[in-house]
Design a protein around this ligand. Structure first.
Ligand code: GYE
Length: 331
């Protein structure tokens, strides 16, 4: 190769090297600008939960400026505590978590606070002293949801002229100790205490799943079929209870059979509501991702945030629901 050719090749290589280095530099700068979030989810027990996970994942995507480390706790609080500790070790920018139950979080949340990592809690609540350690909470008022359900039932019975008749209620609870269970249960228990003619003929845990509730409800039906109301603390439970009742020959029909009440308002259960098998479905909104994104972006800009954000929720009953309403829903 001639001297000039050698010089030209050397120049070309130098230019190429410069380009590669610049590319590497901008890539790592871009990566550095991404916000790292560790997210500990309870599990995948229900349609609600799956939608909630998707909402967080799509709001905290790379295109939106995030690196998301996702951990599924598979219904174990210990796994959630372990995940939060590993997020602290990795020095993430934010921790997002949905607590399985209300108690047992103080130590790990204090550790996150001591490490200077803001924690944004979503969905379920924790007890007062742990709440103080959080940067923000985004979720639902479960007691209010429960009250909506009992007020609707009281109203419905009044319209049917059944206020004085005995009312035999089966109560299927969600995961015991979760705030979704605590709030929804409290509303029903208070209503039973207010009405001397309302009786809880069974109160059992369906763990927010269709399969467990099918089993539990089948057991209850072996003991009694004299049931007026089945109050289920989520849609999965309502579907499981309906499966068991239909198999046992009971009709789920608010006008001529069992009145089934549910929470969440996911698509399949709303279809049951349209058929009248579920009389009332109180919405619990799982689309919390955009709220989390908004809180983080505000914190990044140094703006003040609301410490408690309650998502908007409505309710659907078999008398007013339409197919168009179901079709227009996001989940
Ligand atoms: O109602 C249920 C779920 O915590 C609001 O958990 C949530 C509840 C929801 O699995 O379906």
């Amino acid at each position: 190769m001639s001297k000039w050719k050698l010089v030209a090749v050397a120049c070309l290589m130098a230019i190429l090297c410069g380009c590669v280095m610049r590319m590497q530099q901008t890539m790592s700068q871009d990566e550095e600008n991404l916000i790292v979030v560790g997210f500990s989810q309870v599990g995948a027990e229900s349609e609600w939960r799956v939608t909630n996970t998707e909402s967080i994942k799509s709001a905290l995507s790379e295109e939106n400026g995030y690196v998301l480390i996702f951990e599924d706790a598979r219904q174990e609080q210990e796994n959630q505590i372990r995940a939060i500790r590993s997020f602290i070790q990795q020095d993430v920018d934010y921790i997002v978590f949905s607590p399985k139950v209300e108690t047992g979080w103080k130590t790990v949340l204090q550790e996150a606070k001591d490490a200077g990592i803001p924690v944004i809690m979503i969905d379920r609540d924790v007890e007062e002293e742990s709440r103080k350690l959080l940067t923000a909470y985004i979720g639902s008022d479960f007691y209010k949801e429960g009250k909506k359900a009992v007020v609707w039932l009281e109203d419905f019975l009044e319209k049917q002229g059944r206020t004085e008749e005995p009312l035999r209620i089966v109560h299927i609870q969600g995961t015991i100790g979760s705030s979704a269970q605590i709030g929804r249960t409290r509303a029903m228990e208070e209503a039973v205490a207010r009405h001397p003619n309302w009786e809880l003929v069974a109160q059992e845990c369906g763990d927010f799943t269709r399969a467990k509730t099918y089993e539990v409800m089948s057991g209850i039906l072996e003991k009694t079929k004299d049931i007026d109301v089945v109050y289920c603390e989520n849609d999965g439970e309502a579907l499981g209870a309906i499966d068991a009742m239909e198999e046992a020959g009971l009709k789920c029909d608010p006008e001529d059979g069992v009145i089934v009440i549910s929470f969440d308002a996911t698509r399949l259960a709303l279809q049951y509501c349209l058929e009248g098998k579920i009389a009332l479905n109180v919405e619990c909104n799982p689309l919390q991702g955009p709220y989390v994104d908004e809180v983080i972006k505000r914190l990044e800009r140094g703006e003040t945030i609301e410490r408690e954000i309650y998502v908007e929720e409505t309710q659907f009953d078999y008398l007013t629901i339409t197919q168009e309403m179901i079709d227009s829903r996001k989940y």
